[in-house]
Design a protein around this ligand. Sequence first.
Ligand SMILES: [Zn+2]
Length: 691
Amino acid sequence: MPVKARTVLVLLLWSWTLACGQSKSPARPSILLVTLDTTRADSIGPDAAKISTPAFDRVAARGLRFRNAYAAVPETLPSHTTLMTGLYPAGHGIHQNGRTLDPAFPTIAEKLHGAGYRTAAFVSAFVLARQFGLARGFDLYDDRMPAGQSERTARETTDAAIAELKSTSAQPRFVWVHYYDPHYPYAPPEPYRTKYAASPYLGEIASMDHELGRLLDAWAATVGNDSGVVLVADHGEGLGDHGEARHGTLLYQSTMHVPLVIEGPGVNAGVSDDAVSTRQVFYTILDWARLGGEQSLRRAGDGLRTRDLGQRSTDAGPVLGEAMKPFLDYGWQPQVMAIAEVSDCSAGLQVCPRKAIEAGRLEVYDLASDPAEAHDLGSGANLPAAMRKGVGDYPLPSTEAGRAPDTLDADARARLASLGYISAGAAPVVRKDAPRPADMVGLLPIIEEASGLFVAGEYRQAIPLFEKIRAADPGNLDATLRLAVSQSLTGHRAEADERFAEAKRLAPDSPDVDVYRGLHYARYGDIARAEPLLQQALTRFPDRATVIEALADLREKQKRFAEAVALRQKLYSLQPPTGAQLAHLGSLAMDAENTAAAIDAFTKARALQGPAFTHDLDLGVLYMDERRFADARDALDRVPAPNPNYPMALFKRAEVAVLLHEPDARQRLELAKRKADAVTRPLIEADRLFK
Ligand SMILES: [Zn+2]
């Protein structure tokens, strides 16, 4: 007989009340949260076939294991954002990777830090790097990846976490460790590669479990037994179920049903079959830290009532989930799921979980008798009103959903792409006749290949694939927009014009379409059309690097140098410039007659470029303009003899020698005269300094 989680809730509340009633409350417990990326519920733990995961099993034996736990969204950043905020994506606004959590939403780390916890996080993939908003509240946020890589192994992450655990702390600890190994591609290290040769995916999980064991040992050695531990996956993996190889596209059990174990204060060992959402991890940790019941808990009222862990889903509304990526990227049907226990299930049990997926039409599954979701009971099936309401009322992402990744530079995009995450960032268009994602899985490999080529800059090869996607799905905004950009970048201006017009028809209000159209016109020197689009885009996305850069180029072409300088300065405050870019900015600032900006840019360029820096003459002249003669002398002395500007440098250097009253001023003038060319000769003749 499984321990009913209701008991846990009562215990938690009881111990909380006790603590509050005492004049001196005991120390808050240390808490360890381990998130297992891409780990299916059926691939870890005591019930998993074909794999042994002793470390996970150890926690499961001591703690409470949920056999019906569900991710809120089958993608890494949004799912982790749910764990950290207790909100569904509709609440926190992060539906996709590559977005940044709005600072208005408090995270569990901030709350614990505020309560005196020492907080540390160790993440294993760039998709959770600090720039995406989850680092808030952590004293230490370790998102270091090996050079040139976008992920690290569980071994590397565990080593980093153990190093932190070895430091002494009088404060209670909150430690979050994220493992990424089971994410595609599946390449487990030995001995797991050999042992799980038939399923490298399971090999990755077994290897990760080994590292989890090391982490748990170090944790026990550091904080002892009176602590809270949560093991949970952010989502599962399709592995071909329902035609989905990976995750993020569909809402079936393979990616939404996840492992979840909690062990800690007030938790009795056992198994629960209650349907729960991983977002309840947030409230569990708050409970352990005795921070529950704060006003911030009620903030979670995103129209979807908060529930304490263990409360039965039938009492408090269904568990919800969403997969909006196909909607946001391709304009396919938005997908929402609801899971709750019903009493008329076919298995002859008293209660069993029923699942509804709304994606253009309603699918209903009896999870107890049909865990593979092979038999759709259809929209006519008996469904509690709360479930219908749950999927029906779930808010769709708006065009402004999630803060746009304004500062996501080319490097960040490339790193996300290297992990398999690519997003056009286009605004969603709601189409009544839009395809259902479940019917479109056949197109996914082509979309993936085309997107990969696009991000790698292989536009010529990507074009036929985008055309293929559009043939199957003419309303696909992402494919239309990327095809237009590919055509624009490969010199097919007329075709690109047509595709952009189509994209505009598909998404008339999409700022992204206007941005890319503006960039296209600018590329072909059509300033009249580019200028208003880029200006509007800049007003709307003041920090979007591509827009700032395109407008800076445009201003330069128009010889509006002061504006070009200001735009480039802004751009480089958002993403670090190269030496060559700074040297270009210096020249622009000279064109704008902005001496201070030119000196600043050239000085920084020189520091980055070293011997490759070629603007010492410019710098010397600028310093003279500022009457910084000693700096001018040093800069001019650096102009090498083979440089075509050498005669000019000698002339200017002679001037500086006079101005600084150097004893060899006369010899320098003689040298300048001897080496003079057609440009400097008349200048030297006319120069009053030399009289
Ligand atoms: Zn993930």
